[in-house]
Design a protein around this ligand. Structure first.
Ligand code: HEM
Length: 468
């Protein structure tokens, strides 16, 4: 008898359900629109009120959109822009064309390799602080791991890229208000999803008010961080100084023109949001999986004991933690933090031999690609071994948690190192266990997060010290 255990999935509707009906379900969970059959198609399209929607679901078509014909598909879809513009303005994440190119070049020095060891130290120190907090809580009871990971990753971004002693209360405000923002933005998004302005009466004014309130509160915190950064005189790299003065501190080469205050604020919010929410979600899903698969947790902790033997990791150690990395990568396969990437075609074109009309909505769906029946064995199973160094490498246009091509995540290396480091440090000391595994649900808003958080009990563990 096959007693394979599957981690939580999104419901898959009947093939025959109309797209309109599916979009109505999508208001609850954006991932429930895809039928079983669509997990094996390489390309498909549908129309809603004359608007063409195209799903690129193969390495070839993803390559066309994100790499070969990037200039025609660099523009984010109107839904994505409407959802994020109130918060991010014209920030890198939603901009396109010339402005996007300029801003991408402008932000890139923040991810220079030379800065990574400083960022890594922040990741280690911040994880240590959380370990100390958890040592108190381990005797007190349960925590919501989603909230814990969001606080941790927000602190890491504040301290590393912003070079700022971001306060706990500020971190809490950002985490709480962004969560509310996602909730409210999603509720008013149906009109945008369908591209029907007439449906905008469905925008609930109360939710719009809440959206504005969250935006205002997040802007306030970021403005305070910017004000503090203006007073720092150190030659250390600091993102805000770079935006406002053009100085890259220790990197030694500056930009010709500083950004305006508004642009600096927009880009700062992009970095804060893009940088903390995704990593927090992927870490939370990883803890969920490790609790559901204790044999995997055991292997991971054995590796940590062998490689680290109870000490803190160094940046060089991260490359030696093969199994820990594989667990994190497999977790992002099953639960890609950004599960849906959407673009708008600038001009008429062709993909997969099919005509694409100007304005068509082009969807690349990591959620579908990562569970595609033709590209993965047993796609819905949790198998970290797929990502071990001696396993065949997945196609880089199929496994795309950080996207791929020109608009690939700017913080890809940062996010990977951060995920592995936090996991390694915390799993050495604790074995968090789900208190109600059956209640963990998938929620897809702007990102893929566990609905209602992940309540877990923290169990302290003894580190085995016979390692190298
Ligand atoms: C596990 C962690 C992360 C994941 C899975 C992730 C995923 C992604 C994805 C899929 C995109 C492309 C979105 C699109 O094209 O619509 C993206 C863009 C971006 N990410 Fe990340 N990200 C992570 C961590 C980070 C971190 C730590 C930072 C910064 C410190 C960051 C900064 C950015 C920025 C600035 C962009 C916009 C790039 C552009 O449009 O040119 N990300 N990320």
């Amino acid at each position: 008898m096959n007693d394979v255990k599957f981690p939580v999935m999104a419901p898959r509707p009947e093939k025959s359900s109309s797209m309109f009906k599916r979009l109505l379900w999508a208001r609850k969970n954006l991932l429930s629109v895809w039928s079983e059959q669509e997990y094996e198609l390489k390309f498909f399209q549908f129309k809603i009120l004359n608007k063409q929607y195209v799903v690129c679901n193969s390495p070839e078509t993803v390559k066309t959109v994100f790499l070969e014909e990037h200039d025609n598909y660099d523009k984010k879809s109107p839904q994505m822009r409407h959802a994020l513009e109130p918060l991010l303005g014209d920030g890198l994440f939603v901009s396109d064309g010339k402005l996007w190119k300029e801003r991408r070049n402008y932000c890139a020095p923040a991810f220079n390799n030379k800065l990574m060891s400083g960022y890594f130290d922040v990741m280690v120190d911040s994880s240590n602080e959380l370990i100390q907090e958890w040592e108190q809580k381990a005797t007190l009871g349960q925590v919501d791991i989603l909230n814990e990971m969001a606080r941790l990753t927000a602190k890491i971004i504040g301290r590393s890229i912003f070079g700022d002693e971001t306060q706990d209360s500020e971190v809490r405000t950002i985490v709480r208000e962004f969560s509310k923002y996602q909730k409210n933005v999603d509720q008013i998004n149906l009109a945008d999803s369908l591209g029907i302005p007439a449906l905008s009466f469905m925008k609930n004014p109360y939710r719009q008010y809440k959206l504005k309130l969250s935006t205002h509160r997040i802007h306030n915190v970021i403005d305070t961080i910017i004000e503090r950064a203006k007073t720092v005189k150190e030659e250390k790299f600091n993102l805000v100084s770079m935006f406002l003065t053009g100085s890259t501190g220790q990197l030694g080469k500056g930009h010709a023109c500083p950004l305006s205050l508004e642009a600096a604020r927009n880009e700062s919010i992009v970095m804060f949001m893009a940088g903390h929410e995704t990593t927090a979600n992927s870490l939370s899903w990883t803890w969920y999986l490790l609790s559901e698969y204790p044999e995997v947790m055991k292997k991971l902790q054995t590796e940590l004991d062998e490689v680290l033997g109870g000490r803190e990791p160094t940046l060089d150690d991260i490359d030696k933690l093969h199994y820990t990395r594989a667990v994190f990568e497999e977790s992002m396969r099953l639960y890609p933090p950004v599960p849906l990437l959407s673009r708008e075609a600038r001009e008429d074109a062709e993909i997969n031999g099919k005509k694409i009309t100007k304005g068509a909505n082009i969807l690349v769906v990591p959620w579908l690609l990562h569970r595609h029946k033709k590209y993965w064995d047993n796609p819905d199973e949790f198998r970290p071994e797929r990502f071990l160094p001696d396993a065949p490498q997945p196609d880089k246009f199929v496994y795309i948690p950080f996207s791929v091509g020109y608009r690939v995540c700017l913080g890809k290396r940062f996010g990977l190192i951060e995920g592995i480091t936090c996991l390694a440090m915390l799993a050495q000391k604790f074995t968090p266990k789900l208190t109600q595994p059956e209640k963990v649900e998938i929620e897809c808003r702007l990102t893929l997060r566990p609905k209602k958080g992940v309540p877990m009990m923290l169990h302290k563990r003894e580190v085995s010290l016979h390692a190298s």
